[in-house]
Write a protein that binds this ligand. Structure first.
Ligand SMILES: [Zn+2]
Length: 82
């Protein structure tokens, strides 16, 4: 039973990743939104004094240990793919 469930889940996950990869070529600010708990913004702001910038995978992130809702992520830059 659990084996079947695992196969279903992994199948769904792979389908999801392949479809999101296809979408990556086009407009994708909202697709990226559910990948992690980050807000995706074109303009990053430090919203309190404990916010700080981090560069992850060539993108700028804002981390905040005090207020997790301050976490932000730069919008996906398609130009970086080429
Ligand atoms: Zn903050």
């Amino acid at each position: 039973m659990s084996g079947l469930l695992n196969r279903l889940v992994s199948g769904a996950a792979s389908a999801l990743s392949s479809s999101s990869r296809q979408l990556l070529g086009t407009k994708t600010a909202q697709v990226q939104n559910h990948v992690s708990g980050f807000k995706v913004k074109s303009m990053l702001k430090l919203r309190c004094r404990s916010c700080y910038f981090v560069r992850v995978d060539g993108r700028l992130h804002v981390e905040c240990p005090v207020h997790p809702r301050h976490k932000q992520r730069e919008m996906f830059n398609v130009k970086l793919l080429w």
